[in-house]
Design a protein around this ligand. Structure first.
Ligand SMILES: Nc1ncnc2c1ncn2[C@@H]1O[C@H](COP(=O)(O)OP(=O)(O)OP(=O)(O)O)[C@@H](O)[C@H]1O
Length: 457
């Protein structure tokens, strides 16, 4: 991320954005955040959960895999069918019952390594929805020895909700293997401290796992044979989780198979991975470069928020718009804009960080089904959420990072349909193509702010 911003800052558009009077609309960096006038930031765990729940099944991709092997003794191969993995028949039945016919792109290569004997360590990075969870859950279920009644598999997730999601996949995939016992190590789960844990698989959050394994010694960490660290990128972003994961990792035996999964590719994630996983096979599904060919970008210079509002009215006055998403910097601006647009007769929904995940899902459901035509939101919705029928994206406020610099990556996520972009900066270059010529009808009078609209064709 930091590299990306650096790269972007070197480029003209970034300078252009920074020259603008964005500071004037930045909220104060300190002080109370109860008035909704601070930048609304996305919580990575909540975003991840939202993406999972909203996901419409497997993301099919023709992208190539980047594979690196640290252990030359581990032969690498890929499979085109689940049968080729020689799984227990009950597990195969579970996979088919879930509607999986063939392995996904990442599963083709990851599964043989995940299931190999002797076990191999793995770091896998690929975007949300490409089949990572299904892959490691299958490995977890296949490694269990049901004759040994103690935890053999630990799976760490960053939050309660994400752990439950993984557990549900495990329960469905293992539905024909009732002898495999699973337990959640999450808040609210109480244990009898005088009894050892007998379940084979523990899925939970790092704090609870440390309590059960280290503080109360309810199972032996060094007897665990598979350790899965899921959503490692979100884990790092969650206060304290990084250190707890490392504490757990230190207690595992050197023979334990270490598996590490992440949807992002930042250096920080990779550094963390290297601490946890020795001699890994690294599998990365390259990120797709979003084609911006069918997207036209316009900017309108405006004096202030009222000027931006007039610009929106102009847009609505001169073209017919299906559905629109409007991004604001703060909840307060979002609420102000929503009130104004509503009073002008627009059907408006607001999605900001003060809503629970359930409420956000409800708002998105209504918007997706067309009940509202305008969705006003903040950075809580910048990544990974794809609403097909949206024809215009408006950056009422341009995204800035915590230091107040242009956040070009977030800009790209906002305007892109799926949030999938190349990491090599080529799309940044395309930002320079923002047409300098502005349609007359979009132009408002005294210009100093900036407003960018993106039209899908
Ligand atoms: N081989 C497959 N065939 C069909 N559907 C699949 C297959 N593997 C996974 N899926 C489905 O695709 C969706 C995404 O899979 P999965 O949750 O494993 O991806 P992921 O990469 O872990 O995503 P996330 O990072 O959001 O957790 C799920 O609905 C899952 O049931």
């Amino acid at each position: 991320m930091a590299d990306w911003v650096k790269k972007a800052e070197d480029q003209e558009v970034s300078k252009l954005v920074n020259q603008l009077n964005i500071d004037g609309i930045l909220p104060e960096k300190s002080g109370s955040n109860s008035d909704g006038n601070e930048p609304d930031v996305a919580d990575p765990a909540e975003t991840s959960l939202l993406i999972k729940i909203l996901g419409k099944g497997l993301v099919n991709t023709k992208l190539s895999l980047d594979i690196q092997q640290k252990n030359p003794n581990s032969p690498l191969h890929s499979v085109k069918t689940f049968e080729a993995l020689h799984l227990k028949p009950e597990l195969l039945k579970g996979i088919y019952a879930m509607g999986f016919n063939t392995p996904s792109k990442i599963q083709e290569t990851a599964l043989p390594t995940l299931l190999a004997d002797p076990p191999q360590n793995m770091i896998a990075q690929s975007q949300s929805g490409t089949g990572k969870t299904a892959a490691f859950v299958l490995a977890m279920l296949s490694r269990v020895n049901v004759n040994l009644n103690y935890p053999q598999v630990l799976c760490l997730s960053p939050t309660y909700e994400l752990a439950i999601q993984t557990g549900e996949v495990a329960a469905r995939m293992g539905q024909f293997c009732p002898e495999i016992k699973l337990r959640f190590a999450v808040r609210g789960e109480e244990v009898d401290r005088n009894k050892k844990i007998t379940e084979h698989i523990l899925i939970g959050t790092p704090g609870k796992m440390l309590d059960w394994g280290l503080k109360f010694r309810l199972f032996k960490m060094d007897k665990v044979s598979v350790f899965v660290l899921d959503e490692a990128d979100v884990m790092i972003a969650t206060q304290g989780h990084h250190d707890q994961c490392i504490r757990i990792h230190k207690m595992l035996s050197p023979e334990c198979q270490m598996l590490f999964f992440s949807a992002t590719y930042d250096k920080e994630v990779m550094d963390f991975a290297r601490l946890i996983v020795s001699e890994p096979t690294i599998i990365r599904l390259m990120r797709e470069e979003e084609s911006l060919d069918n997207i036209k970008q316009y900017y309108v210079k405006c004096k202030n928020e009222d000027g931006k509002y007039n610009a929106i009215q102009n847009v609505y006055g001169c073209i017919s718009i299906g559905q629109a998403i409007i991004f604001c910097h703060t909840r307060r601006t979002a609420a102000w804009l929503a009130a104004k647009m509503t009073s002008d007769g627009h059907s408006v929904a607001v999605l900001s960080g003060d809503l629970t995940v359930e409420q956000r899902l409800a708002v998105l459901d209504r918007f997706r089904s067309g009940l509202e035509k305008v969705l006003i939101t903040t950075n809580v919705l910048s990544r990974g959420i794809d609403i097909e029928q949206v024809t215009i994206v408006v950056n009422f406020d341009l995204p800035v990072d915590v230091r107040g610099n242009a956040d070009c990556e977030t800009y790209l996520h906002r305007i892109g349909r799926t949030g999938r972009f190349a990491s090599d900066g080529t799309t940044v270059q395309r930002l320079l193509d923002i047409p300098k010529q502005i349609s007359n009808s979009w132009k408002s009078q005294n210009l100093s702010g900036l407003f960018i609209a993106t039209l899908y064709q």
